[in-house]
Ligand binder design. Structure first.
Ligand code: CP3
Length: 340
């Protein structure tokens, strides 16, 4: 039994005493406690692949920031690796893949991953669930097929992801073939996370905004829809960063919550998405660089804009690593103290 189930009730559209709050990328990065554990372990991947440490880092923001949910410490890139493309996390630079997808043969070599191929994260979820002892819900997650695809083609981060987009225009049939395999892998993985104890799952389409609306409708949305249809055990959140142009269609997905980035207006999003979804977001992460008065005022403005029903407070994207944890806590406390 959960002692604090505000997040789940808000996701399902049930009554809540106050708006729940958590932050994307809250696990790690900003907390000195994370850096300490990370220094002991050597590297990011070692941490992700060690369930005890992943569990510890997942619970840190619950203890130190008082958020209403934990999100499992892992990465979206575990799926390309489980399918056959290992990644490295290069210090200060980000992800890097030695091999990338270039041809039909490369795609044929990729396997459809099972949850067991990401055993360490599944084990970390089971361990964290036990360790949390019902204090707050545990969020599982995966990358959306298009975002995973873009890393598999590009091999690293990119400003434009132009190689990945080029592949959609020049090899659409192959693109669909790879997206299909990623989708099946993601469904297996998310189902494994739910079986291990995840109370809600979020799909991160971080590079959604890079596609044209037509490309998004052809290469991204249908695969997200399949994931939503497959996960019916727990609420699901879809966060398509930058895809302001697809909000109306997101309203038709078989999911409970839509994540909004800071460019998406609350009222306009509600009109486009409709009343049957919970909205999550969407304070500009850079507000947390401002002074305390600005942080409190902007947070309250955001809460007012979304109103008391069907809202989960969050930032419009992940919290930046150099933001003062005290300012993050001020954001969390402001939401928790606010009443309509
Ligand atoms: O939300 C959480 O705190 C849970 C853990 C989590 C991580 N990555 C840990 C991480 C989650 C949900 C992710 C998702 C993720 N990973 C996304 C989608 C969300 C988003 O921000 O758009 C993406 C695109 C990635 C890929 C990725 N992982 C990049 C580009 C980088 C390097 C740059 C960066 O953001 O730090 C990572 C590394 C990463 N993933 C770190 C953490 C804590 C930093 C590693 C470190 O130096 O300790």
């Amino acid at each position: 039994m959960l002692k604090n189930d505000l997040l789940l009730r808000a996701a399902r559209g049930e009554k809540v005493e106050r708006t729940p709050v958590w932050l994307m990328r809250q696990a790690g990065r900003i907390l000195p406690e994370y850096r300490e554990v990370r220094a002991k372990m050597g590297g990011f991947k070692e941490l992700v692949e060690n369930p005890e440490f992943a569990c510890e880092v997942t619970i840190q923001p619950v203890d130190h920031l008082g958020v209403d949910a934990a999100i499992i410490f892992s990465d979206i890139l575990v799926i390309p690796e489980a399918m056959g493309l290992p990644y490295q996390m290069v210090e200060k630079r980000g992800p890097w893949f030695e091999n990338t997808i270039q041809s039909a043969a490369d795609i044929d070599r990729m396997i459809v991953a099972e949850a067991d191929d990401v055993r360490y994260t599944i084990d970390a979820i089971a361990m964290t669930k036990k360790e949390l002892d019902g204090r707050v819900p545990l969020i599982g997650f995966a990358g959306a097929p298009w975002t995973i695809f873009s890393y598999m083609i590009e091999g690293s981060g990119s400003k434009t992801f132009s190689n990945a987009k080029k592949f959609l225009y020049t090899e659409p049939i192959l693109a669909h073939k790879l997206l299909e395999k990623i989708t099946l892998s993601t469904i297996n993985y998310l189902k494994g996370q739910v079986a291990a104890g995840a109370d809600l799952v979020q799909v991160f389409d971080s590079w959604a905004g890079i596609l044209s609306p037509e490309q998004y409708r052809e290469f991204a949305l249908p695969y997200i829809a399949r994931i939503c249809d497959a996960i019916d055990e727990v609420p699901i959140t879809v966060f398509a960063k930058g895809a302001f142009f697809i909000r109306k269609e997101l309203g038709g997905l078989n999911c409970q919550t839509i994540g909004l980035d800071w460019n998406m207006d609350a009222k306009e999003s509600r009109e486009l998405i409709g009343s049957s979804k919970t909205l999550q977001g969407n304070l500009d992460p850079c507000v947390l660089y401002a002074n305390d008065e600005v942080i409190v005022a902007k947070t309250k403005e955001m809460l007012q804009a979304f109103g008391p029903n069907r809202h989960i407070a969050n930032l419009g994207h992940g919290v930046y690593p150099d933001i003062d944890p005290r300012k993050v806590k001020l954001f969390v406390d402001t939401v928790k103290e606010f009443r309509f």
